[in-house]
Design a protein around this ligand. Structure first.
Ligand code: SAH
Ligand code: SF4
Length: 401
């Protein structure tokens, strides 16, 4: 259960004759802040000033927000502390990866990872405290679920990471703890805040939302103002095997997910990536490589199986080649990161059943996909020594109270 749902609202911002509940000031878009300030008897433009101070200037104390009057700075300092979500610690890996540990107001810990990359640092952010999905190979999934992060708490991971690094983060991947589609409103709001023209103005092309596969939310994301890239954690090419390791796969068949991804691509033209964690003896045979290549190119296309569709299609004078206008979705292979290590405190339950394949097998698998003509990349494991690689985010340092 999300115990944070019952949390009391923060005290009202009582100014002039009105009052408003604002809680964490990072949770709001400029329009909302303007309304809140207007309702509290302040001029509405103060709301925009506050948004710009938080997101464009990224002030670490209200007193730095010199565009705001001194008296308002003083009362904001008193009523709305900026440190309700803070950086609690960090760990540096030998490959340059940095794990950031954040503490929420409710003393829960969540993690983010800074990954050095060719075009500047990338940040892997969390969207929930733990994850309700419970995939058996994922450490976050094994730690259970304690609640959603608010939009502001998601945005603050970014702000605090830039403050820590003292340089800009160039791209964001929502691949930390949690399933973004199960915290959809807060996640999409956080992305709107990060990309806002009055704020940090991060390009939506530099943002990737990773999901284990929720068709309704995938389609919903396509209707947003910005086009975010999407990564689907496929892992297994058949529903039968997916259901064994990914509990939600029982409700979300691959056909429905691939249909939603096709729609997402045709609406947004954004990048769609298939994430495929390699587990020795489970999903990395030659047959699996070919099935994966096929899926990346054709999905579970309704079109090629549906005679009515084809008749309509050809009657409109179209050519066979126009049936598919896209190249294959990109496949991203991720060697399994062991979670039953020193960093693991779950006692190596189901997780110990998994192993990463040998380097030779991984290369063979990659080459078969290339020969099939699908686009494929291999993700180098980063931050394994500090428990910061994919799937390794979970309870560390004694963690949740
Ligand atoms: N819930 C979302 C986003 C967070 S998981 C999702 O599942 O997509 C982020 C990524 O870590 C996913 O692609 C997932 O497949 C991968 N992952 C999980 N456990 C892993 C492990 N033990 N080794 C390697 N990758 C793992
Ligand atoms: Fe949740 Fe993603 Fe981990 Fe599955 S892989 S448990 S969906 S965080």
């Amino acid at each position: 259960m999300d115990k944070r749902l019952n949390e009391k609202k923060a005290p009202a911002l009582a100014r002039g004759n009105g009052s408003a509940h604002i809680g964490n000031t990072y949770d709001y878009l400029p329009e909302e802040l303007k309304r809140i300030f207007a309702e509290a008897g302040e001029p509405a433009y103060r709301g925009l000033q506050v948004f710009e101070a938080l997101h464009k200037q990224a002030v670490s104390s209200w007193q730095e927000a010199t565009s705001i009057s001194k008296s308002l700075r003083d009362s904001l300092t008193e009523e709305y502390p900026l440190d309700s979500f803070k950086l609690k610690g960090s760990l540096k890996g030998s490959d340059g990866t940095i794990k950031l540990i954040f503490e929420t107001k409710t003393k829960d810990l969540v993690e983010g990872v800074i990954i050095p990359a060719k075009y500047g640092p990338a940040l892997c952010m969390s969207t929930q405290i733990g994850c309700p999905v419970g995939c058996s190979f994922c450490k976050t999934g094994q730690m259970g679920f304690s609640g959603n992060l608010s939009a502001g708490e998601i945005v603050l991971q970014f702000i605090l990471a830039e403050r820590y690094l003292k340089k800009p983060i160039e791209s964001v991947i929502l691949m930390g703890m949690g399933e973004p589609m199960l915290n959809f409103e807060n996640v999409t709001k956080a992305l709107e805040i990060l990309t806002h023209t009055n704020g940090r103005q991060l390009s939506s092309r530099r943002i990737t939302v990773s999901t284990v596969g929720f068709p309704r939310e995938i389609r919903n994301l396509a209707t947003r103002k910005h086009r975010y890239n999407i990564a689907f954690s496929l892992q297994f090419t058949s529903d039968e095997t997916r259901k064994k390791y990914i509990p939600v796969a029982r409700k979300q068949p691959l056909q429905a997910i691939f249909d939603a991804l096709e729609d997402y691509y045709s609406i947004t033209s954004a990048d769609v990536t298939l994430e495929y964690v390699l587990f020795e003896g489970i999903n990395c045979s030659n047959h699996d490589a070919r099935a994966l290549s096929y899926l990346a190119r054709w999905g579970f296309s309704r079109k090629i199986n549906d005679p009515d569709y084809l008749v309509d299609f050809f009657s409109s004078g179209k050519h066979m080649q126009q049936l598919f206008t896209r190249e294959s979705f990109k496949i991203n292979l991720i060697p399994y990161n062991p979670i039953n290590t020193d960093y693991d405190d779950i006692g190596g339950r189901a997780a110990s059943a998994f192993k990463s394949p040998s380097d030779d097998r991984i290369l063979d698998f990659l080459n078969i996909i290339k020969r099939c003509g699908a686009r494929v990349t291999l993700r180098k494991p980063r931050g394994r020594d500090i428990g910061a690689a994919c799937g390794m985010l979970g309870r560390i340092d004694g963690n949740r109270k």
